[in-house]
Every structure is written in structure tokens, then in C-alpha cells.
Design a protein around this ligand. Structure first.
Ligand SMILES: NC(=O)C1=CN([C@@H]2O[C@H](COP(=O)(O)OP(=O)(O)OC[C@H]3O[C@@H](n4cnc5c(N)ncnc54)[C@H](O)[C@@H]3O)[C@@H](O)[C@H]2O)[C@H](O)CC1
Ligand SMILES: [K+]
Length: 494
């Protein structure tokens, strides 16, 4: 994976480790000073019309950033009201130093009365939030966000958002913007944290990149730089078999549309050839709607076995509109035993709900050639224990599921997570909300299949497919239907 730190995602726990390591070489108060100054600068830049900045400071270093910001705002000539949660005498370390440098008055949090023209600087809790927010904080959040509807600038994270999971602990501010330091945290990217954070600014407070790289896990934002080197060759006229042959299983005559969407997306995403494998009873309905894709009859395992004699057929999509669970299981077994690469989606996933271990056993023990594309409901069918474990973030769930299945997980949603068995994880961020429409997943499965067919490694094939799918959603625009998506799949990024 590429080495840039701008795409790194760092858990609050790892960030704490990084801070401590940085404090060996640098002044940790210096880091806080830069953090607080950056918050003040963002506040002045974003809210030039503010009548007053209400800086709400918590008991830890997030509060410390708040005191630095309050001082900087005051020095800039802005009106500032500072309110503290808990006793300021109990502040320790850098937060105590920041408080000592602030010369204005500090009132209790409970005394804050939101006023029109206020901009709230939320420095109550950041990376150190360890439990649900106290009732007094929930009340202030209600007063600020719901009753007074004031703009909020959050320091590091909106208070109440768990930086590790993006989940709300009791209540959370809804910020117009958030200033965080060095790297994004999972809570900035996973929902609902992502929408509560508003516009995110990542400010460099001077922690050396080598420390970030040394302590960070293998979590990143899904950007083209990560998989660009794994893109298929684009040069010259490549023979259509050279661009790979993708096969997509169709459902019965009453449910063929989903597979055709996958097939159309596969062609647009660059597969040289796409063949729809259709039950005989659905051949005519499929034939009536296909132009560029080819069509072959497959009813049972015997038909499929015969087809697998063709070594050019290496990549399959099974699941969209497929229906029949028993048939799906039989086909998946043949494909696995035949060493094929498989995108398993929708009904293909559900087919293994009674015995997920049987699926994982089929694809165990070698480099991943299974890509699973569940939404949350399908995920719970294969990984019920992970789905129910409230302590896990979406990143944790995808990662554990990838390790267990020896497959690439695309755990779908507006904050899709892509995970590999070796621990690599990407969080996707380019999907517009209107991409969540019927058939959208079928298109994604087809793009993943096309990338696999072109020889990309499974993780990179999946990540780039999720990204192109998101771009297609943007290009097709609001109000799109899934039928619009294949034509909107963009070329590979430069
Ligand atoms: N490199 C950086 O990112 C830097 C970040 N800085 C800021 O420091 C905070 C993290 O500070 P920390 O003291 O670890 O945590 P918090 O201030 O978020 O809160 C800890 C504090 O609050 C108590 N607490 C936790 N949860 C609750 C709760 N639900 N109810 C009541 N009290 C709670 C806990 O016991 C502690 O006392 C980071 O976010 C940045 O803003 C630094 O400026 C340096 C560089
Ligand atoms: K905060």
C-alpha cells in the first residue's frame, strides 16, 4: 500500500500512542498550542459574522485545545465566553497549562445560555471519550443543536461521537465543521460520525510522518493512489480475451434484471467479454434484452462443470436475483474447487446462512479469490456474532469477517468498508446518498467482477470498484436509477 500519511486513518488509541511518542522529541504543550491556534483560525475564517464564540471546555486535553483557542480568539479581538465542564482546578498536564495561559473568566458549563449570534466551539470531549456523555452535556447539546440551532465548530471530534466507531455515545453535537489533527479517525468516516462532523479539516500540528507511519494500523481512506499501481494494462488494442472474460449467473425468468445489470456494468468497467449464464427457461427473456453480452444456458451443476473446462472462464458473479439457495451452494462449490474467482453477492450470500463455515472452507488457504459484497443484513447472515457485537466498529467487523472467510469484504453502506484477510482496510467516502437505490449493488458486483477478470488482485479490484461505483453515482446525478449507472462508470483515474 502507498505510504502517504494524508490517507491514513488512525484510531484514538493509536493516536494517543503517537502523541506520547511525539512528546519524547517535541513539547507536547507545543502540539496543543498549534491545535488550539488552528481551531481559532478555522473559527475566524468560517464564521466572520459571529457575535460571540462560546468555547465549551471539557476535563481533558480536548478542553486544553479549547483554552488555547479561546485565548487566540480573544487576542484576535473576538468576543469569547468560556464554559467549563467540571472543576478547572482538577485540570492536569497540558490542559492545566493551557488554562493557566487563558486570562479571561471561565463559567460553569451549566451557566451557558445559547444566544443568537453565538458560534459554539465544542472542546468538551475528543479522542478520550470513554463512555456515554453526562446528562449535563446531553442537555447542552439539545439546547445548542436542536433548540437554538447554533453553528458548532468541533475540536477533533464532535463531543459524543466515539472516535473509534463513529457511534454516538448518549448524545452528540452536530457540527458544521470539525478541525482534527494530523490524521482522520474512524469516527470521522464511519456513520453517523461522518455526518455529525460536518466539513472536516485535517491540520498538521507537526507530528513527524515517521511516527504516524510507525504506529498506525493498515487503515486508509479509499483513494485511487492506493490501487493505481494494480490497474490493468490500458495500452494499445488488447484482444478482448486479454481484458478478461466475466461470467454472471442469471436468476429465473421472473428475476433476470439484476444479473443483466451486473453484466452491463461488467462490460462498461472493462471486461473484454461478459457471458450471462442463464437457466434455459429464462434464455428467451434474457436474449430479448441483451446486446453486447453473450448468453449460455446453465441449469445445474453438470452444465456448469462442462463450462468450467474452458480455462478462459476464470471470474464469476453469483447472487444478484439468483434465488435458489441449494443451486447457489452447488455452483459455488464447483467454482471454488475449480480454482475460480468469485464475487458473491445478495442471494449468493444468503444461500450460506445455515452454514457459513462451509463457504469459508471452500476458499481457505490461499490468496483471496472470493469477494463478498454484503449490506448489513446480509452480513448478519454470514457473521451473526460479529453483527451483534456492539463493541465492534464497522471497520472491526469487516476486518474480522475478511480474516474468517479468507475473502475480501465489501461491507456496503454510505460508508462502505473494504477489508482484506491480511488486515488492510479502506473506508470509502465518494458515494453520494442517492447511490443507495434498488439495483445499485448489482452494478457494484459487476464492476468488481470486471476488475477481477482483468487480473487485478482481489483487494485492489474491490476497492477500485467501490470507488468507480461512487464516481458513477456522482456522474449520473441525483434521481438516478441503477440502469443509469453502467453508462456513468468513469474511465480509470489519471
Ligand atoms: N495529536 C493530537 O491529536 C493532539 C490532540 N490533542 C487533543 O487531545 C484530545 C485528547 O485528549 P484526552 O485528554 O486524551 O481526552 P479528552 O479530552 O477527549 O477527554 C478525556 C477526559 O474526559 C473524561 N471523560 C471521557 N469520557 C467521559 C464521559 N463520557 N463523561 C465524563 N468524562 C469523560 C476522561 O476521564 C478524561 O478526563 C484530542 O481529542 C485533541 O483534542 C492535544 O492537543 C495534543 C495533540
Ligand atoms: K470535541
Amino acid at each position: 500500500m502507498h505510504k502517504d500519511i494524508d490517507t491514513l486513518i488512525v484510531t484514538p488509541e493509536d493516536m494517543g500512542r503517537i502523541d506520547r511518542a511525539a512528546a519524547l522529541d517535541l513539547s507536547s504543550y507545543g502540539l496543543m498550542e498549534r491545535a488550539g491556534q488552528a481551531v481559532a483560525a478555522a473559527a475566524l475564517r468560517r464564521f466572520p459574522g459571529a457575535l460571540r464564540f462560546a468555547v465549551l471546555c471539557g476535563p481533558g486535553n480536548n478542553g486544553g485545545d479549547g483554552y488555547v483557542a479561546a485565548r487566540a480568539l480573544q487576542e484576535a479581538g473576538a468576543a469569547v465566553a468560556v464554559h467549563a465542564l467540571g472543576e478547572t482546578a482538577a485540570l492536569t498536564g497540558d490542559a492545566a497549562s493551557a488554562f493557566a495561559c487563558f486570562s479571561g473568566s471561565v463559567a460553569p458549563l451549566s451557566a451557558y445560555v445559547p444566544a443568537a449570534g453565538d458560534v459554539v466551539i465544542d472542546a468538551l470531549f475528543g479522542a478520550g471519550l470513554s463512555r456515554d456523555v453526562p446528562q449535563a452535556v446531553a442537555d447542552i447539546i439539545e439546547a445548542v443543536c436542536r433548540k437554538a440551532a447554533l453553528p458548532v465548530l468541533a475540536v477533533d471530534l464532535p463531543s459524543g461521537v466515539d472516535g473509534r466507531t463513529g457511534q454516538v455515545r448518549g448524545a452528540a453535537f452536530e457540527a458544521s465543521a470539525t478541525v482534527t489533527f494530523m490524521c482522520r479517525k474512524p469516527g470521522h468516516l464511519l456513520l453517523p460520525g461522518r455526518s455529525l462532523a460536518g466539513d472536516l479539516e485535517v491540520f498538521d500540528i507537526g507530528i513527524p510522518a515517521r511516527l504516524l507511519a510507525r504506529h498506525a494500523d493498515h487503515m486508509r481512506v479509499n483513494v485511487p493512489a492506493i490501487w493505481r499501481l494494480a490497474l490493468p494494462e490500458q495500452e494499445g488494442a488488447i484482444h478482448k480475451y486479454g481484458r478478461g472474460h466475466l461470467a454472471v449467473f442469471s436468476g429465473p425468468a421472473t428475476a433476470t434484471g439484476a444479473a443483466r445489470l451486473s453484466a452491463a456494468a461488467g462490460l462498461r468497467a472493462g471486461a473484454g467479454l461478459v457471458t450471462l449464464l442463464s437457466p434455459r427457461e429464462a434464455l428467451s427473456v434474457n436474449a430479448a434484452h441483451l446486446t453486447a453480452a453473450m448468453l449460455k444456458p446453465v441449469d445445474g451443476d453438470d452444465d456448469l462443470s462442462a463450462l468450467l473446462d474452458d480455462a478462459r472462464l476464470q471470474t464469476f458473479v453469483l447472487g444478484p436475483g439468483f434465488g435458489d439457495g441449494a443451486r447457489a451452494r452447488g455452483h459455488v462449490r464447483l467454482l471454488a474447487e475449480g480454482g475460480r474467482r468469485l464475487v458473491l453477492d445478495a442471494d449468493g450470500i444468503s444461500a450460506f446462512r445455515d452454514d457459513p463455515a462451509a463457504l469459508f472452507a471452500l476458499f481457505s488457504g490461499e490468496s483471496p479469490r472470493l469477494v463478498l459484497t454484503p449490506h448489513d443484513g446480509e452480513f448478519a447472515r454470514l457473521f451473526p456474532d460479529l453483527a451483534q457485537d456492539g463493541a465492534l466498529s464497522k471497520i472491526d467487523r469487516a476486518r474480522k469477517a475478511a480474516a474468517r472467510s479468507n475473502g475480501i469484504l465489501i461491507l456496503k453502506g454510505a460508508d462502505t468498508v473494504i477489508a482484506a484477510p491480511d488486515g488492510r482496510v479502506l473506508v470509502n467516502g465518494n458515494a453520494p446518498p442517492w447511490l443507495a437505490t434498488a439495483g445499485s449493488g448489482d452494478v457494484l458486483a459487476g464492476i468488481v467482477g470486471a476488475h477481477l477478470a482483468q487480473g487485478m488482485p482481489a483487494f485492489e479490484a474491490a476497492a477500485s470498484a467501490v470507488w468507480r461505483h461512487g464516481e458513477a453515482g456522482r456522474i449520473a446525478g441525483e434521481g438516478l436509477t441503477a440502469e443509469d449507472l453502467p453508462d456513468a462508470i468513469p474511465p480509470w483515474p489519471e
